[in-house]
Write a protein that binds this ligand. Structure first.
Ligand SMILES: Nc1ncnc2c1ncn2[C@@H]1O[C@H](COP(=O)(O)OP(=O)(O)OP(=O)(O)O)[C@@H](O)[C@H]1O
Ligand SMILES: [Mg+2]
Length: 284
């Protein structure tokens, strides 16, 4: 392994729970320094995939490499280089955030300063409160802080901002951006498509254990080149879809001007990641 090899490589990954195939042949490569988003409906297989990469679940078949290791080996070297926000976190109910962070930091060779991480997670004032007395969002902030305190090079964030208030979410986004600027690799799952659009260099949309589409959020999917042009005419909203908005606008506005009219509420929009996501994941 060298520094230019991918941080994560997944080939033909399958996971079966009894008779149920939760993951049915997933291929993903995440480059070093990349923020990669895994998107998909409830039960798509995101947490299963992420926890296999973390070494928390076993796989049924396929090849997986994380920082050059097979995570199934649960090597100490690998565990010291990754940080994790589990979807179901909140393991430290009987101690305080400061104690939890100090404890967790002790497993890492070069941890970050605990006070700095408390500050970063917006938990400075709650540092000495028993965790079971924290609110849901504050507990989630502690999960996030725990993933950062080891200063790992690869961070798994499984729905890290679920339950965050809007300000805390923005703060978490800033933190992810600063981690990216430091060259860290981040694998993120989220149901907030604006979060994926803001943060991810590339996303994969997963459904029923398969990857439906993969690429930068802006370039994703079938609808990505279509523009939506809308205006109000005779009291009704009129919408057109086109991949050539220049010509369409020229015709529409030219026609309106020739009739001495205005196109009220005229707008041109590109499909958002959410539009593409809903189109791709809709049941046939
Ligand atoms: N331990 C388990 N035993 C049996 N089935 C499981 C187990 N864990 C997950 N599953 C099933 O596997 C499928 C994928 O679950 P997974 O948790 O990976 O989905 P997800 O994409 O993370 O969903 P969500 O968005 O709701 O978190 C689901 O249908 C789930 O019921
Ligand atoms: Mg999940």
């Amino acid at each position: 392994m060298n520094e230019t090899s991918p941080a994560i490589e997944v080939r033909a990954l399958c996971k079966r729970y009894g008779d149920y195939e939760a993951v049915r042949g997933i291929d993903i490569t995440v480059a070093r320094g990349e923020v990669f988003g895994l998107l998909g409906p409830n039960g798509a297989g995101k947490t299963t995939t992420v926890e296999i990469l973390e070494g928390y679940r076993t796989r049924t078949s396929g090849e997986v490499s994380v920082l050059g290791h097979d995570p199934a080996g649960r090597s100490m070297d690998l565990r010291r280089r990754i940080g994790i926000v589990l979807q179901a976190g909140g393991i430290y109910s009987h101690i305080t955030p400061r104690e939890a962070l100090k404890h967790w930091a002790s497993f890492y060779p070069h941890p970050r300063d605990v006070e700095e991480v408390l500050e970063l997670a917006g938990l400075r004032e709650k540092g000495d409160v028993r965790s079971r007395r924290l609110s849901g969002g504050q507990l989630r902030r502690l999960d996030f802080a725990l993933a950062l305190v080891g200063d790992p090079e690869l961070i798994f964030l499984d729905e890290p901002t679920t339950g965050f208030d809007p300000e805390a979410r923005r703060a978490a986004w800033e933190t992810v951006r600063s981690l990216r600027a430091l060259g860290k690799t981040i694998l993120l799952t989220t149901h907030y498509l604006d979060e994926a659009q803001e943060l991810a260099d590339r996303v994969a949309i997963v459904k029923d254990g398969r990857v439906l589409a993969i690429g930068p959020p802006r370039e994703l999917g079938v609808g990505a080149s279509r523009y939506r042009v809308a205006y109000r005419g005779d009291g009704q909203l009129i919408e057109h879809e086109t991949d050539d908005p220049t010509t369409l606008l020229y015709e529409l506005t030219g026609g309106a001007l020739a009739r001495g009219q205005r196109l009220e509420e005229l707008s041109v929009a590109r499909p958002t990641l959410e539009d593409v996501y809903l189109e791709l994941t809709a049941d046939a």
